[in-house]
Ligand binder design. Structure first.
Ligand SMILES: *Cc1c(COP(=O)(O)O)cnc(C)c1O
Length: 425
């Protein structure tokens, strides 16, 4: 039996994640010597014998324990598919996860995970601002299933979290703390380790509190929540991991035990990623570190330009945090780089922000982020428009705010475009 873990070492030398992206989880001898994994575009898999089919189902349905040398067999592409397994193996590398599950969207990953672990009577506490789809799921859908959902302000941090837990006497019923850090679009940071400590002191023995972190903005290269004690990491792979704005996908990572449970739900929800999406992601992951590093470097140049510009009132960028800033200590503890997401406020309001957005020539006016091309949008009227205006302001999302996802273009070109667009403000 070929051991995929053997590839992580050359003798005593530990091979780094970026090198494993071209090899881990796949051997050419599986597929006619093909250096790249083919697309396994099939719904179902032939068994060699009826006995083998029986054995595969026994393992898949948990009817008996897996033998020491037994692998989960290929049955049907809603349960597993070779391409999906290669993708999932590679996804575990950056975060140091035991296992991962891939989905057809980030929202599919989030809702399949949430419905795996939450039951009526449970409490889920989440940091705000949070991705709009997650906000809707928590505010509107989960309460209809008897799950109590409460937001806490990322700005208020641990104090905000502890306050909402004490208010409704929620600690004993706490089942999940769901975080997004850095927060979208304000780049506010939440202390992951602090939340893990609160979770360990909450919940019950039967239903321990889990910490789930949406790591879309900095991960998987620049932030590793599992290493800080989080239980689950979620991704919209649509963003940096896919990286070319040409697919929608998601993932959940964690211990083999928790991900095993998530995969059972996924099998019955049917929310897994398809073979073509999986193949595109395997290809994207080969250049993931190159792209994220290039985007991070560009963002530093762009942020410097914006910070010095007279028509820019405020820049929210992790690289501008300095000693004494709230968030700086958290940044030092949990982020490996500032990433490439910048939000900034122009001098003025919505009209001035719109004038800038309408004048852009190279940077595209679109939601989403993390792709090779730079994208700009207006959170107040676009991604975060369904948040009540007062709450929006409270979160720091002003009418003058623009969110920028910095791409891999030449930084001087991005800056030239912003410079001419700022003249319109
Ligand atoms: C885009 C995004 C999602 C949702 O992912 P989809 O792939 O669009 O379903 C979730 N969280 C964050 C932080 C995102 O940016």
């Amino acid at each position: 039996m070929w051991d995929k873990t053997a590839k992580k070492r050359i003798g005593e030398h530990e091979v780094r994640p970026e090198s494993l992206m071209m090899s881990y989880g796949y051997a050419p001898q599986f597929s006619e010597g093909a250096v790249k994994p083919p697309i396994f575009q099939t719904s179902t898999f032939a068994f060699e014998s009826a006995e083998e089919g029986k054995a595969f189902f026994e393992i898949a349905y948990g009817l008996r324990e897996k033998g020491p040398r037994e692998e989960i067999g290929l049955i049907y592409s809603r349960l597993n598919n070779p391409g999906l397994e290669i993708l999932e193996d590679r996804l575990t590398i950056w975060d140091g996860a035991e296992a991962s599950a891939a989905f057809e969207s980030g929202m599919a990953a989030i809702n399949t995970t949430v419905f795996t672990f939450l039951r009526p009577g449970d409490v889920v506490v989440f940091s705000e601002p949070i991705y709009g789809g997650t906000e809707y799921l928590f505010h509107t859908i989960l309460p209809e299933f008897g799950i109590e959902t409460v937001g806490f302000s990322a700005r208020k941090g641990m104090e905000g979290l502890n306050r909402v837990l004490d208010e409704g006497d929620r600690r004993g019923r706490l089942r999940m703390i769901f975080l997004e850090t850095p927060a979208n679009p304000t780049n506010e940071l939440v202390d992951i380790q602090g939340c893990v400590e609160v979770a360990r002191a909450s919940g019950s023995e039967a239903r321990p509190a889990l910490v789930a972190v949406d790591n879309t903005f900095l991960g998987p290269v620049f932030q590793h929540p599992l290493k800080l004690g989080a239980d689950l990491v979620l991704y919209s792979l649509t963003k940096y991991v896919g990286g070319h704005s040409d697919l929608i996908a998601g993932a959940c990572l964690g211990s083999a035990e928790l991900i095993g449970q998530v995969k059972v739900t996924r099998t019955f929800f049917g929310s897994m990623a398809g073979p073509w999406t999986g193949w595109l992601l395997i290809r994207s992951m080969e250049t993931l570190k190159l792209r994220m590093t290039s985007q991070m470097k560009n963002a530093r140049h762009v942020a410097n330009f914006l910070t010095d510009h007279p028509k820019v009132a405020e820049v929210h960028y992790l690289g501008n945090l300095g000693e004494g800033d709230p968030g700086y200590e958290i940044y030092r503890k949990q982020c490996l780089s500032p990433g490439a997401m910048i939000s900034f406020e122009v001098v003025g309001g919505e009209a001035e922000a719109f004038r800038l957005l309408n004048a852009l020539k190279l940077v595209k006016l679109a939601v989403s982020l993390g792709g090779t091309e730079s994208l700009a949008e207006h959170p107040g009227t676009m991604t975060h428009s369904d948040i009540p205006p007062d709450d929006r302001l409270e979160m720091g999302i002003t009418p003058a705010m623009i969110r920028l996802s910095v791409g891999i273009e030449h930084p001087d070109d991005i800056i030239a475009d912003l410079a001419q667009a700022l003249e319109q403000v």
